[in-house]
Design a protein. Structure first.
Lengths: 113, 109
């Protein structure tokens, strides 16, 4: 089934630890995005990639890094997790930057203690 | 600044009609989106408006007024499965999406 796969589904992490959230899509979409979703707030863009080999900063990039070595994979890394990074993280993709439909992964729920 | 406003929560009765409003302020405008998100799941695309007027898609319709910075999502013949959060998002001149916090719709029998 075509779509986006995120892993892990859920994770509890000690503060200060390094964590990578994985995201893989099989739709050959050029653009990929990482969002975080917190209660009472809209989805906030962390980082994005318009095409393989390029990345950009979103609204809340501090404490996060991404890479886009190929079209399919777009991992998000927390170098040293802090409690304020407790959130639900969604990876999304679209056929082209600014295309009008995003396809989202199922989300990764991260708790930092 | 850029901002999307929508009600936090609404309640409606099964079989009825509900209208979820959204007002937006974006730097430039490249369209207004509505997504549905069931609890614990990913958002899924519902509708896209870039021109003024009403777009109808089955039981769901979406309206846009660019001069008023206003949109609404209209859900008819409500079903229990429509209980979800409805996210409004505006696309700015850089083709970035600005998201509202979502409206939680509760459907009662």
């Amino acid at each position: 089934i075509a779509g986006i796969t995120q892993a892990p589904t859920s994770q509890i992490l000690a503060a200060g630890r390094r964590m990578t959230l994985r995201c893989t899509q099989d739709m050959r979409h050029n653009a990929m995005y990482w969002y975080r979703q917190d209660l009472g707030l809209g989805l906030r863009l962390i980082h994005y990639s318009n095409t393989a080999g390029t990345t950009g900063k979103g609204e809340v990039p501090d404490g996060y890094s991404v890479s886009r070595a190929n079209t399919d994979d777009f991992p998000l890394t927390l170098a040293s997790a802090v409690p304020s990074q407790t959130s639900v993280y969604f990876c999304a993709s679209s056929g082209a930057p600014g295309a009008n439909v995003l396809t989202f992964g199922a989300g990764s729920r991260l708790t930092v203690l | 600044g850029q901002n999307i406003d929508q009600p936090t929560e609404m309640t409606a009765t099964e079989g009825a009609i509900v209208q979820i409003n959204c007002t937006y302020q974006t730097s430039g405008f490249n369209g207004l989106f509505w997504y549905q998100q069931h609890a614990g799941e990913a958002p899924t695309f519902l509708s896209y408006n870039v021109l003024d007027g009403l777009e109808e898609k089955g039981r769901f319709s979406s309206f846009l007024s660019r001069s008023k910075g206003y949109s609404y999502l209209l859900l008819k013949e409500l079903q229990m499965k429509d209980s979800a959060s409805y996210l409004c998002a505006g696309m700015d001149s850089n083709y970035q999406l600005i998201w509202g916090a979502g409206t939680k719709l509760i459907i009662k029998p």
